[in-house]
Design a protein around this ligand. Structure first.
Ligand code: TXE
Length: 480
């Protein structure tokens, strides 16, 4: 059984207390590796290692920092199959998805920020007759990165790449539910020659390791992606310590389909935006609003396609959906389906667990589920389910759909389907979300600001926004 180790001060080491947690393969429902159950002492060691490394790393020319990051990316790319298989085993997602999305995106994150830092300029402001201001943007120091289980290496690198590129040293914690590819990354960092202590990866539970990172006075900024409740806990601790905070939290995203849309495009993209990664992407469109003239036609086609979607073991090349991440998560999603029925909803397709054969008989598989007949303000339509479950609701006017779309506490992303250009602009302008896709979903340019409004988070990641977050600005005025 593979035993995962912490990566501290450039070494792969056991946790101080030598205690371990089970790591479960969700496609089979069995324990397949062990992960350090680290504590405050391990975080302390990581902070000390980061502190030691900081002087050297922050003064390393950005070209050299970028070159090491590119090397890390190249090694991951050369081991693409191995990383994709590991991600799929840890998370339950189809191998094909990990090959097409997760691992290539992790490589892109590293390459993007390794090069973006070379173009990251700071400002100067000239004052007529008085002098000039110039602004420097230096690394913050030691920063904490805490990431979730749904897109493990993808989101882990999305945080550590800008932090490292900007010259910070990092103490990072991947989700305890999906630690494997972060562990593999630590092996790659050693191979690529990342100096000791620049990146430290401490594995373990949120309320132990995550909490210790959040509370550590020498960790000056926290970048977190995960649930809204956890984000609130982190903010409560970190805000009075005046730490910089970037919080990417939950979503309950609307997918608005007008009658004048390109029907086939809207339908096939809605299949992905509803059920990709078993619906476990914070950007999935879980509330689908369909304009009444095409409601019945869209519903029939969507239900038929969904019922045909193959739920299977992750290495099945035909699998459209794999396993959800864990038993408690599967139970949570099933409890929401029960809630939807209690609230008067009708399950049009799905709504149940899928039992596979043989070695996969104890895996956590769910049939993709479509529910109709719910009010826009019921709990099912307001709370994040984070699984392969969507609701469909008809609408008659633009005002009505905007009111329903904007009715949740979340404000991460939205999707709009229409061929009317003016309407596209108008609706995009009135949606209370940080991201709007028109006639598309999950098209990402890494230069764009990424993040949510309301309870979906604080701050923006991506491009120079991330480099600004991971640097401290200082303005210097010189009298002429
Ligand atoms: O998230 P958590 P979980 C949502 C989704 C899901 C819910 C819970 O609704 O059902 O969050 O998922 C660490 N101090 N999203 O349980 O608990 C934890 O160890 C510091 C949305 O995985 O928020 C992990 O590394 N850290 C989401 C990370 O925080 C703590 C993606 C996320 O875990 C901590 C995933 C604490 N007190 C889930 N407690 C998205 N928006 O992408 C936990 N952690």
């Amino acid at each position: 059984m593979k035993i995962i180790k912490n990566y501290i001060g450039g070494q792969l080491i056991s946790p101080v207390l030598d205690e371990y947690l089970d790591n479960v393969d969700p496609s089979r429902g069995i324990v397949y590796s062990k992960i350090p159950d680290s504590t405050t002492d391990d975080v302390e060691k990581a902070v000390q290692a980061a502190e030691k490394a900081y002087e050297g790393w922050s003064n390393t020319p950005k070209e050299a920092r970028g070159a090491i990051m590119i090397k890390i990316a190249d090694i991951i790319e050369s081991r693409m199959n191995e990383f994709a298989a590991a991600e799929s085993l840890d998370n339950g997602k189809p191998v094909k998805l990990a090959m097409q999305v997760d691992i290539p995106r992790a490589v892109s994150n590293l390459k993007f920020f390794a090069t973006a830092i070379q173009h990251f300029a700071s400002e100067s402001h000239y004052m007529e007759g008085l002098g000039v201001n110039y602004t420097t943007r230096k690394p913050i120091g030691i920063v904490g990165c805490i990431s979730p289980w749904n897109l493990p290496l993808y989101l882990f690198t999305w945080k550590i790449a800008p932090a490292l590129a900007a010259g910070n040293c990092v103490v990072a914690k991947p989700s305890e539910v999906t630690p494997m590819t972060a562990f593999m990354l630590s092996e790659v960092c050693k191979e690529a020659g990342l100096p000791e202590g620049v990146l430290n990866i401490v594995h373990g539970l949120g309320h132990k390791v995550g909490d210790a990172i959040t509370k550590h006075p020498k960790i000056k900024a926290i970048s977190f992606t995960g649930g809204t409740a956890t984000g609130k806990t982190i903010a409560t601790i970190a805000a009075p310590m005046f730490k910089k905070l970037s919080l990417e939290l939950g979503g309950k995203n609307p997918n608005i389909i007008f009658a004048d849309c390109d029907f086939e495009d809207a339908l096939s993209t809605t299949m992905r935006s509803s059920f990709a990664n078993q619906g476990q992407i914070c950007l999935c469109g879980s509330r689908i609003f369909i304009e009444r003239p095409i409601y019945e036609k869209f519903k029939a086609a969507f239900v038929a396609k969904t019922a045909e979607s193959k739920v299977s073991y992750p290495s099945d090349p035909e699998a459209k959906l794999g396993a959800v991440v864990s038993k408690p998560h599967m139970e949570k999603v099933l409890s929401y389906i029960e809630l939807a029925k209690e609230e008067g909803g009708t399950v049009l397709t799905g709504g149940e667990q899928v039992k596979l054969e043989g070695e996969y008989a104890n895996g956590y598989y769910l049939r993709p589920t479509i529910i109709e007949g719910l009010t826009f303000d019921c709990r099912t339509n307001q709370e994040e389910i984070f699984g392969p479950v969507v609701t469909i609701t008809p609408f008659d006017t633009e005002e009505e759909v905007l009111m329903m779309a904007n009715s949740t506490e979340y404000g991460l992303a939205s999707t709009v389907w229409t061929s009317n250009l003016k309407r596209a602009h108008r609706v995009a302008d009135h949606l209370h979300t940080g991201i709007v896709w028109v006639n598309a979903w999950l098209v990402r340019d890494l230069r764009t600001p990424f993040g949510g409004m309301k309870s979906s988070g604080v701050g923006r990641e991506g491009g120079f926004e991330a480099l600004r977050f991971f640097t401290e600005a200082k303005n210097v005025f010189i009298k002429s």
